[in-house]
Design a protein around this ligand. Structure first.
Ligand SMILES: [Zn+2]
Length: 385
């Protein structure tokens, strides 16, 4: 974050490893050098309160900080999700209901920007790999913009997510094996499937996800919380928070970036393992089935970037067991909040962070991000179907 902020006109796609810069309107998804790293957009100018378009009731109210021309700013009304008070383990936290989104997950923020970017680049179609939510988000925005869309998904994805993808009109390719097999199939897809727009690779996905930081800042009276806790798999949510809050800090809108805590399911926790080992890079781990299907990523492409962002914020990466996730989900339901089990991972993580003293919810302002709607994954929950 030492580079100077660039104007929207001067923004480029930059490789964090070798520094190679590419034009903003290129539909590429990684660097050409041997590292094949996912690219980042050069630092943005950030936002001040008077930059917000108050009459726009969507994430496009932050248009001034988003590096996509207005002509390609497709909206399905996403953004502006509520931040509600939640009593948790005797303390008050704020829950960001980011599952209240057009296709039912926070992934709509990133999909809006990636699909708009690809439309601007002149491509006819987009291919994406997903464990469900990102596929639904891409399918929705492709439908809205007239791009063809092919979604590669693991064969064991929740049926409601698969139906949603198909019913938006996308072509669905089920891939046997794990999530990595699905990613490989999408990256190697032929031109007939469209340009690869993988949400774990495209820098514009994070450009969209940074709006969650802007919203939290605005909803908290133009202040940053002390800590944010979020489920982490591919890490776009956490990186969006990091970029958004860093931009706000650079613009002088906040004085300090919140500590970012990313929570994984212990059944698949490569980031938590790398953090605990003090490593700067992720080593692929063995994974087991988990009720948190949305974050089962064995080797997140932006692993190095996630580890750096968490350490820079003085946060952490941790993991929780299946029974803790289920227990947190049950307690959330008793509060009337209906999310997919992946989202409950953040609350289970908060319990651990509070117990270890890493977070003091009695004294600190804590935000929990709830990422995916529960109606898509009721089949994952135990009990009568
Ligand atoms: Zn490079």
């Amino acid at each position: 974050m030492s580079q100077p902020a660039s104007t929207p006109e001067a923004t480029q796609q930059v490789c964090p490893t070798c520094g190679t810069a590419y034009a903003l309107d290129e539909p590429r998804w990684r660097c050409d050098d041997a590292s094949h790293e996912p690219l980042q957009l050069s630092p943005g100018p950030g936002l001040r309160a008077d930059d917000i378009e108050p009459a726009t009731r969507s994430l496009w109210r932050y248009r001034k900080a988003l590096r996509l021309p207005a002509a390609f700013a497709v909206s399905l009304g996403g953004g502006g999700t509520p931040l509600i008070p939640l009593s948790w383990s005797g303390a008050g936290v704020a829950a960001k209901l980011d599952f209240l989104s057009p296709s039912g997950s926070f992934k709509d923020r990133g999909a809006a920007l990636v699909v708009g970017h690809l439309k601007r680049s002149g491509v006819a179609g987009v291919a994406e790999d997903s464990s469900g939510n990102a596929g639904a988000a891409y399918a929705a925005f492709a439908a809205a913009t007239g791009l063809s869309c092919t979604i590669f998904a693991p064969a064991d994805t929740s049926p409601a997510k698969l139906r949603q993808i198909e019913l938006y009109g996308a072509r669905l390719q089920l891939v046997p094996g794990n999530r990595e097999d699905t990613a490989l199939a999408a990256r190697n897809c032929g031109a007939e499937s469209g340009v690869y727009g993988g949400h774990n690779w495209q820098p514009f996905f994070i450009e969209g996800c940074k709006t969650i930081a802007y919203e939290i800042w605005e909803e908290m009276g133009f202040q940053a919380p002390d800590a944010v806790v979020v489920p982490v798999g591919g890490g776009a949510n956490l990186l969006g928070l990091h970029v958004g809050f860093e931009e706000l800090r650079a613009a002088g809108s906040i004085s300090k970036v919140p500590r970012l805590h990313g929570v994984q399911a212990a059944a698949c926790a490569p980031l938590a393992a790398a953090f605990a080992a003090g490593s700067n890079a992720v080593v692929p781990v063995a994974s087991r089935p988990t009720i948190a299907e949305g974050i089962r990523i064995v080797k997140p492409p932006r692993g190095t970037q996630i580890l750096a962002a968490v350490r820079e914020s003085k946060g952490s990466l941790l993991s929780v067991e299946e029974e803790e996730i289920l227990e947190a989900h049950t307690r959330l339901r008793r509060h009337g909040v209906w999310v997919e089990p992946t989202s409950a991972v953040a609350l289970a993580g908060l319990d651990r962070l509070a117990a270890s003293g890493a977070i003091d919810p009695q004294k600190e302002r804590v935000v929990i991000v709830l990422t995916g709607h529960g109606l898509k994954s009721t089949g994952l929950l135990p009990g009568r179907r």
